[in-house]
Design a protein around this ligand. Structure first.
Ligand code: ADP
Ligand code: ADP
Length: 223
């Protein structure tokens, strides 16, 4: 079933049309890669799903609801950026707890620790972000999103700030977290090998449009 639907979506900045009449359906639990060269519209598409950019025309549906005019806070989406954007003065625990506290959620400690367990960081809850490696900081950022139980997790070049070894390690980690949680994930990358290694389905973009979409096999065995 279609869980995220982008219909006839046109996205523009002032005079630049960045995405032109795009249609895309994403199923529940899918791990989708938006792949393509710099400037092809990947980040812009993701921003429209997140609600950070209002479309010029077309619609965005998430889980059967028209969210086209809703702000990010009301879409139940999670965002993970290439910069981890952690609060440097807060512990790992407090970083993960932040959004839950704003929502006044009960069982805060159990929820935070469950999130840290999902990303393998239970022993690090009292540390400060500066005491962690880049990969660990990215895991905290992932946990911080996951504990909010978003319907869709959007990741913009989540691994591109990591060194080569960590990048490979975090690929496996992201895939494991996605399988374990069953969460629908959309990630932006310009790295073909990353898309091939991670994604259930690759959406290949070019000049603000989808050139091709399918599994790795479908894309690379196409005539
Ligand atoms: P990608 O993520 O694939 O690198 P983007 O979605 O960032 O591509 O950009 C798509 C197009 O929109 C590019 O032509 C880019 O220059 C333009 N663009 C992106 N952000 C802005 C902005 N804030 N203002 C104006 N143009 C932008
Ligand atoms: P990405 O491809 O990951 O979006 P960029 O380096 O292209 O990274 O863009 C970084 C920032 O600059 C983004 O916030 C984007 O919206 C903005 N940006 C990109 N292209 C333009 C542009 N032509 N004019 C103004 N802002 C832009």
């Amino acid at each position: 079933q279609d869980f995220v639907s982008l219909r006839d979506l046109t996205l523009a900045y002032d005079k630049t049309v960045a995405v032109d009449r795009l249609d895309l359906d994403i199923r529940k639990g899918e791990l989708i890669a938006l792949l393509g060269p710099s400037g092809c519209g990947k980040t812009t598409t993701m921003r429209a799903i997140a609600g950070l950019l209002t479309p010029r025309s077309g619609s965005v549906h998430i889980d059967g609801r028209d969210v086209t005019r809703l702000p990010p806070s009301r879409r139940e989406v999670g965002l993970v950026f290439q910069s981890y954007a952690l609060f440097p003065h807060l512990s790992v625990f407090e970083n993960v707890a932040f959004g839950l506290r704003l929502r006044h959620e009960p069982d805060l400690e159990a929820k935070v620790m469950a999130g840290l367990e999902t990303v393998g960081l239970t022993d690090f809850s009292k540390r400060q972000p500066a005491d962690l490696s880049g990969g660990q900081q990215q895991r905290v950022s992932l946990a911080r999103s996951l504990v909010m139980h978003p319907k869709v997790l959007l990741l913009d070049e989540p691994l591109s700030n990591l060194d080569a070894r960590l990048r490979l390690e975090m690929r496996t980690e992201l895939q494991r977290v996605q399988r374990e949680t069953g969460i629908t994930m959309v990630f932006v990358t310009h790295d073909q090998s990353e898309a091939l290694a991670l994604a259930d389905r690759i959406v290949l973009m070019r000049n603000g449009a989808i050139e091709q979409a399918g599994t790795a096999e479908e894309i690379y065995n196409a005539p």
